[in-house]
Design a protein around this ligand. Structure first.
Ligand SMILES: *[C@@H]1O[C@H](CO)[C@@H](O)[C@H](O)[C@H]1NC(C)=O
Ligand SMILES: *[C@@H]1O[C@H](CO)[C@@H](O)[C@H](O)[C@H]1NC(C)=O
Ligand SMILES: *[C@@H]1O[C@H](CO)[C@@H](O)[C@H](O)[C@H]1NC(C)=O
Ligand SMILES: *[C@@H]1O[C@H](CO)[C@@H](O)[C@H](O)[C@H]1NC(C)=O
Ligand SMILES: *[C@@H]1O[C@H](CO)[C@@H](O)[C@H](O)[C@H]1NC(C)=O
Ligand SMILES: *[C@@H]1O[C@H](CO)[C@@H](O)[C@H](O)[C@H]1NC(C)=O
Ligand SMILES: *[C@@H]1O[C@H](CO)[C@@H](O)[C@H](O)[C@H]1NC(C)=O
Ligand SMILES: *[C@@H]1O[C@H](CO)[C@@H](O)[C@H](O)[C@H]1NC(C)=O
Ligand SMILES: *[C@@H]1O[C@H](CO)[C@@H](O)[C@H](O)[C@H]1NC(C)=O
Ligand SMILES: *[C@@H]1O[C@H](CO)[C@@H](O)[C@H](O)[C@H]1NC(C)=O
Length: 632
């Protein structure tokens, strides 16, 4: 075969280029071979993040220690050693545990990002080369910056690990009528040593409280977790079920014992109750307020205090969801008994979430437990950041007696700040009709006042106005607050005995026909303010029978007088003026709610706090407009 001159030159140059390569290979090939061997020796190992923690642990334990849950084994087979379950950051793990046994878990510190996983591999190779040196660098981990090596140090620096768990199921009494104790609580064991289970001394032990546990520690190693179910007596049978979660962000399950009650009991009647949260923001920003009004951040559990069903699991979300009489959650129980929604009622008009119960038993004590469900569909992101399920402090509330002559009304069109129990009668109609009766009356009265106000120089320039500080809008608002609270009495059971309550309509029969005896009447029938309601229309149409009224606060009257033009003739008399006792109560702070004002919440009328009350009453002196109301 003949080459053309061009082809020959190509062959010659090819041969010339290959020769040095061949020479190079002959001289240096052992290095290549070594590198190849190294790369292939640990292929599976390099893919696993747990490796670093595993090798660190080996270092700590020493060369002779070969634990069966070595991270090496785990990474190759891809799961935790037998009997030990791996926990994933911010994911709850459900598990049964038989009495007298322990369930075991291991939590490995997660890498923060994919890049760090990569760096973890590099670090490992470095470690294969020089075993001792690396630890020196790990100590100086505080001021790291964005360089590669430093990032690895950051990952290995000690981190805080939050461990939390909830008891969902616990053994139940075999004979509930005889058993007065509650089943014992689970116990959490935590250790950073793989020898955890062999050496109790190296473990931290925390007993669950009301079905929940929270524990945090700072570590750069794997965390070994045990959850132990105690032996139980013959009085109980069944097993425990719990959910456990570990997080590097915050507690996945939490409960709160310290804060003030997070849920406010506004008022109740014989079958229902109204509860609400605190202001969910204190920002006046309308955009922020609108955003909050479009959410419903909380869920609620409620339970009859007489029932032992939630004893021992009051801090556990899943326990309450399964056992509370009423669980206002996604998959809850008796959800039809509670309606929730947002409201801006009350001072400041800030957004709050309210819960309106119906179908409760009369004269019963309940607890309401506010909670937040980070696992709800709308809140998945929360859970991913460690914000799983939170339980807040419980609030006690109770329902009124079964005389049924006080009924809750809310969402009145005109008196929109009113949300409390009013004198009622089951035969009058439902709660909407009752609300309409009171609201119509108030808005008619307001129309009269509105006419008077229009005769006052409201639109005049400031120099001619009745006040520089107040204008007609202030007067109208103060009048409306006062009018709604005076025309719509706040009702309490007749049996409530707080001294500041005013008994009303004592000669009339209760809706069920019962009448008060001579002893209870105590000769008070001849005093108008005891014998009748303030508004005769209530006695004529609603006919509630004997009830007690939580009187309006005197401050409402002061506010009215200060806000409105003097020519309108409003005035508040001094305490003790004859004939008008029973119209107002002086507002005393602390010791519960002793008078009614817009947005006020409930007080315990049977609390026996009568001694703190200043029993001076303030009365409204009749004015042109006020007179027509006072004659009610
Ligand atoms: C291995 O160690 C030697 C000497 O300590 C060093 O020169 C070399 O760069 C190291 N190799 C790697 C891959 O870090
Ligand atoms: C890390 O970088 C920040 C700015 O990115 C700098 O302020 C800080 O001093 C650096 N820390 C160290 C230890 O270099
Ligand atoms: C972490 O635990 C310590 C003591 O164990 C405790 O004082 C601290 O409040 C805990 N931190 C949190 C966030 O609960
Ligand atoms: C629990 O019960 C088992 C068997 O019923 C028994 O072996 C064990 O000693 C008991 N543990 C305790 C702490 O009583
Ligand atoms: C809401 O904020 C207002 C104004 O600060 C305050 O008067 C009111 O008591 C708060 N309401 C609740 C329920 O916390
Ligand atoms: C009402 O009382 C009955 C009988 O005591 C009880 O079974 C029921 O659970 C109670 N319901 C509520 C909502 O408290
Ligand atoms: C009060 O009267 C004014 C006109 O004088 C009217 O615009 C306003 O709607 C009235 N308000 C009510 C609640 O009737
Ligand atoms: C109530 O008034 C009636 C007649 O007006 C009188 O006979 C009666 O004694 C009075 N009762 C009391 C307790 O004052
Ligand atoms: C008290 O009220 C009853 C029922 O409304 C009425 O019949 C009676 O006359 C009243 N008594 C007095 C003294 O007003
Ligand atoms: C109020 O009534 C309760 C029972 O309903 C009772 O225990 C308490 O002693 C009473 N207080 C007063 C001051 O009468």
């Amino acid at each position: 075969m003949q080459f053309s001159p061009l082809q020959s030159r190509l062959v010659a140059s090819l041969v010339a280029s290959c020769l040095p390569l061949l020479l190079y290979l002959t001289l240096f090939s052992p290095n290549f071979a070594l590198a190849a061997e190294l790369e292939q020796a640990f292929p599976a190992v390099f893919d696993h993040v747990d490796l670093l923690a595993g090798t660190a642990e080996r270092g700590a334990v020493g060369p002779t220690y070969e634990p069966e849950f070595s991270a090496f084994d785990r990474s190759i087979i891809g799961r935790a050693p037998e009997g030990v379950t791996s926990l994933t950051n911010n994911e709850a793990m459900p598990m049964n545990v038989d009495v007298g046994t322990t369930q075991r878990f291991v939590f490995s510190l997660p890498a923060v990002s994919g890049r760090e996983v990569e760096e973890a591999r590099l670090e490992l190779r470095a470690e294969q080369n020089t075993s001792g040196e690396r630890n020196a660098g790990a100590g100086a981990g505080a001021g790291e910056n964005e360089t590669e090596g430093h990032d690895v140090v950051k990952r290995q620096a000690p981190r805080r690990v939050y461990i939390s768990a909830n008891t969902c199921e616990q053994p139940q009494p075999i004979d509930p009528s005889k058993t007065t104790s509650d089943p014992p609580q689970l116990t959490l064991y935590v250790s950073t040593s793989a020898e955890n289970y062999a050496d109790p001394a190296s473990q931290t032990l925390v007993e669950f409280k009301e079905g929940a546990v929270m524990f945090n520690l700072t570590t750069d190693q794997d965390v070994y977790i045990g959850i132990h179910a105690p032996n139980i007596t013959d009085a109980f049978s069944g097993i425990y079920n719990f959910r456990v979660a570990a997080s590097t962000d915050r507690f996945y399950f939490s409960y709160d014992e310290k804060d003030d009650a997070d849920l406010i009991w506004v008022d109740s009647d014989s079958q229902g109750a109204l509860l609400m949260t605190h202001n969910l923001t204190d920002k006046a920003d309308p955009v922020e307020q609108a955003r909050i009004m479009s959410t419903q951040p909380y869920v609620l559990f409620a339970h009859n205090k007489k029932d032992r069903g939630i004893n021992g699991i009051k801090y556990s979300f899943c326990g309450l969801e399964a056992h509370a009489l009423i669980a206002a959650t996604k998959n809850g129980r008796q959800v039809d008994l509670v309606k929730t929604g947002m409201t801006q009622r009350g001072p400041g008009n800030f957004p709050k979430q309210q819960f309106f119960f119906s179908g409760l038993n009369s004269s019963s004590e309940y607890i309401g437990i506010l909670a937040r469900d980070g696992e709800a569909p709308g809140e998945k992101r929360q859970a991913a950041l460690g914000g799983g399920r939170q339980i807040y402090r419980a609030t006690s509330f109770s329902t009124k007696s079964d005389h049924g002559n006080c009924a809750l009304v809310v969402d009145l069109p005109f008196c929109d700040q009113i949300a409390y129990s009013v004198p009622s009668n089951p035969y009058f109609g439902n709660s909407a009709q009752l609300a309409q009766f009171y609201d119509n009356y108030a808005s008619e009265m307001y129309a009269n006042f509105n006419k008077s106000l229009s005769q006052v120089a409201c639109e005049a320039p400031p120099s001619q106005r009745y006040s520089l500080a107040r204008d007609c809008a202030d007067c109208a608002a103060a009048y409306k607050d006062w009018l709604c609270l005076v025309t719509i009495p706040r009702c309490e059971d007749f049996s409530a005995n707080a001294t500041w309550l005013q008994a009303r309509a004592i000669s009339q029969p209760f809706p069920d026909g019962e009448v008060l005896g001579e002893a209870e009447l105590a000769g008070l029938q001849n005093t108008t303010r005891y014998n009748s309601s303030r508004n005769p229309l209530i006695d004529a149409f609603v006919r509630p029978g004997p009830y007690k009224e939580l009187l309006p606060c005197d401050s409402l009257c002061y506010s009215l007088v200060q806000s409105c033009p003097a020519q309108m003739g409003f005035g508040c008399p001094l305490p003790g003026e004859v004939g008008f006792e029973g119209n107002y109560v002086k507002h005393t702070f602390g010791g519960g709610l002793n008078c009614n004002y817009p947005g006020s919440a409930h007080f315990r009328s049977w609390g026996g706090r009568g001694t703190v009350v200043d029993w001076r009453v303030l009365v409204l002196v009749l004015g042109a407009v006020v007179g027509s109301v006072s004659r009610m």
